[in-house]
Design a protein around this ligand. Structure first.
Ligand code: BGC
Length: 245
């Protein structure tokens, strides 16, 4: 089955048709700069442009950087506050004319990694952490997702964890990889102490630089980089839409 997979981020909206049985992209990824301000209507219009680019008529699955429960956006940590309470699935379906399913971006990336990447066949508790502007998390138990976990918002050292060790923080505070890796390690230890996962998968931009900070990671749990890199979000979103989750 083919679904248009989309990854909605703070700077870009990327999409491609996905073969959800194999996880393969069926066309070159197309990227549109996220409109600023990224209000619901502006993002919906950008999504429509993506749909027109692919002349798409089928289902769409989109990963979105917030909690999405029952088709409604519930949080807005790194997005325009006007999203809160927006029935995002309905809005996107109306504007694009295509049946659109929207899920949390870390959950969608995690689903792709569990099926086709670093979490394939792993039993027990797996936590995927996406390191980007924010810290997104996806928790799996024997391959089944517990949706919308927000462990990037754990309190650590008196602040929200994603304000301590996201990729945005690394850039803003000009931390080198050792300095950032030490912080990330402390966060992982805290998270692992609370959740005791069998495997932690590190995704997002940081997964590409894993070897630059892996020396600093001393958690009593296996920690591995994601394998699907930039594509996990849109592949997983397409899989969600296919299963009507
Ligand atoms: C949001 C999460 C999201 C993560 C990554 C966080 O700020 O609260 O819902 O998954 O950023 O985009």
């Amino acid at each position: 089955m083919e679904i248009l997979g989309v990854d909605i981020g703070g700077s870009g909206i990327k999409g491609s048709p996905v073969n959800i049985e194999t996880g393969e992209l069926l066309a070159e990824r197309y990227r549109i700069a996220t409109p600023q301000p990224a209000t619901p209507q502006a993002v919906a219009d950008a999504l429509k442009e993506l749909v027109q680019h692919f002349k798409w008529k089928g289902k769409i699955g989109a990963g979105f950087p917030a909690v999405v429960r029952g088709g409604v956006v519930e949080t807005a940590a790194n997005i325009d506050p006007s999203w809160i309470g927006t029935p995002v699935c309905k809005l996107f379906t109306k504007v694009t004319g295509c049946d659109t399913h929207v899920v949390n971006d870390a959950d969608s990336a995690g689903v792709a990694e569990i099926h086709f990447g670093a979490g394939r066949g792993v039993k027990g508790v797996v936590i995927m952490i996406t390191v980007g502007t924010g810290l997104g998390t996806a928790v799996f138990i024997d391959g089944k997702l517990v949706p919308n976990t927000e462990f990037g918002h754990l309190f650590y050292k008196g602040m929200i964890a994603e304000h301590y060790t996201s990729d945005a923080v690394r850039k803003d505070e000009d931390l080198d990889w050792d300095q950032w890796g030490k912080r990330f390690n402390k966060y992982l230890k805290h998270l692992a102490m609370l959740t005791w996962p069998d495997l932690i998968i590190v995704g997002g931009g940081a997964s590409k630089k894993f070897e630059r900070f892996s020396d600093q990671i001393k958690v009593n749990t296996r920690v591995v980089p994601a394998q699907l890199l930039n594509e996990a979000g849109l592949i997983g979103a397409a899989m969600f839409a296919a299963e009507d989750l």
